[in-house]
Design a protein around this ligand. Structure first.
Ligand SMILES: NC(=O)c1ccc[n+]([C@@H]2O[C@H](COP(=O)([O-])OP(=O)(O)OC[C@H]3O[C@@H](n4cnc5c(N)ncnc54)[C@H](OP(=O)(O)O)[C@@H]3O)[C@@H](O)[C@H]2O)c1
Length: 339
């Protein structure tokens, strides 16, 4: 009997976008305990995909990854259940599902025609949106959700010992989202609005109309002005850019306020303590249960996924080249042909 095969993008070496190879004859994966097999329709592209492609040299924190080459990258998927392990509960063949697979272990393997997934990482795709938009939601949506609404677990992140605790959000609170037009940012803007907060969006000028349309109350073009010169007494800054420059937002917060760098940064502990600010970084984790909650908001149109651009799976390299040019508005998504 011949082994069933599929097409997939694989890394046989680490490097730039050119190492994303479209391979035929890749063995079809088989669902393990608690898993389902998904016929993939669309794949969301995320920064960890290029961290893995580059050999994990730019990834902060410990991931527990045991990746070996060749490897299929990718974590975000939307598709249709094709098979179910006997002990996997909640899904049957033919269900439309979406999920962030096995994160943070980097064992997602989503850039493929088929992928196996722990049933616990999946939720039903919101019926009112297509696979392309659903595939853009899992990692960015769960990151925004776990930072702003509910971490969903008590595990410390590799970035800090204390578990992340979201800050109160609601009418009377003001939130600044830096990097507001990107994958995490554009969903965070909408979740903060949904919770009733006033939202200040920081991005380059080309994104102003987009962000105002998503509900931003105020827009700051960081290429023309420094947000830290314009705003003060904020309750929360969600800094999706993060990194070494995140400390400049400390002065924009009121005492008791919170600064959440989505990409960890370095801070002057004395200044943080003196200002009475909470600085906290979480690491996103897969959660089918939280995706089910997000699905309701996506289905109702309360929040929406914007697509920057889409590419056929075979052209994953072009998607990574697009990402490297920066200024992403929403999400990059790969389409998987159904022939
Ligand atoms: N902690 C976690 O678990 C976790 C989870 C997911 C993502 N992340 C990290 O979060 C970061 C964002 O991820 P993403 O998927 O949202 O990325 P993305 O889709 O590439 O978005 C990044 C956005 O930042 C904007 N930007 C770039 N430089 C900026 C600056 N100096 N000031 C303000 N905005 C700037 C870009 O557009 P413009 O410059 O045109 O405004 C772009 O829209 C990545 O570093 C990722 O690794 C962490």
């Amino acid at each position: 009997m011949t082994t069933p095969t599929m097409r997939a993008i694989r890394l046989h070496e680490y490097g730039g976008p050119e190492v994303l190879r479209y391979d035929d004859g890749v063995p079809l994966p088989e669902p393990g305990p608690g898993e389902v097999l998904i016929r993939v329709h669309a794949v969301g592209v995320n920064p960890p995909d290029w961290y893995l492609r580059g050999g994990m040299t730019t990834m902060p924190g410990e991931t527990g990854s045991t990746v070996r080459l060749p490897v299929i990258p990718g974590t975000d998927v939307s598709g249709v259940v094709a098979a179910v392990a006997p002990d996997a509960h909640g899904f049957t063949v033919g269900d439309e599902v979406y999920g962030l697979l096995r994160f943070p272990s980097f064992d997602g393997h989503a850039y493929a025609e088929y992928v196996t997934a722990p049933a616990a990482d999946l939720a039903r795709k919101p019926p009112g949106i297509d696979h392309l938009h659903a595939a853009g939601a899992p990692m960015a949506g769960l990151t925004a959700w776990q930072f702003l609404i509910d971490p969903g677990h008590d595990r410390p992140s590799p970035f800090q010992e204390t578990p992340h605790r979201p800050a109160p959000l609601g009418p009377g609170t003001t939130v600044l989202v830096n990097g507001a037009a990107g994958g995490v940012g554009h969903l965070a803007v909408q979740l903060a609005k949904w919770r009733g907060a006033r939202v200040i969006a920081v991005a380059s000028g080309a994104h102003e109309a987009f962000l105002r349309d998503l509900g931003a109350d105020r827009f700051i073009d960081y290429t023309r002005a420094r947000p830290e010169d314009l705003v003060h007494d904020l309750d929360l800054v969600l800094d999706t850019v993060g990194g070494p420059h995140s400390g400049r937002f400390l002065s924009t917060l009121k005492p008791g306020g919170s600064l959440f760098p989505v990409f960890p940064g370095e801070f002057d502990a004395e200044e943080v303590a003196k200002r009475g600010i909470t600085v906290s970084t979480a690491q996103v984790r897969s959660s089918g249960a939280q995706l089910a909650e997000l699905a309701e908001l996506l289905d109702a149109g309360t929040i929406r996924v914007a697509l920057d651009s889409t590419y056929p799976l075979a052209e994953a390299r072009a998607a990574h080249e697009r990402a490297a040019r920066g200024h992403i508005q929403g999400k990059l998504v790969l389409t998987v042909p159904q022939d």
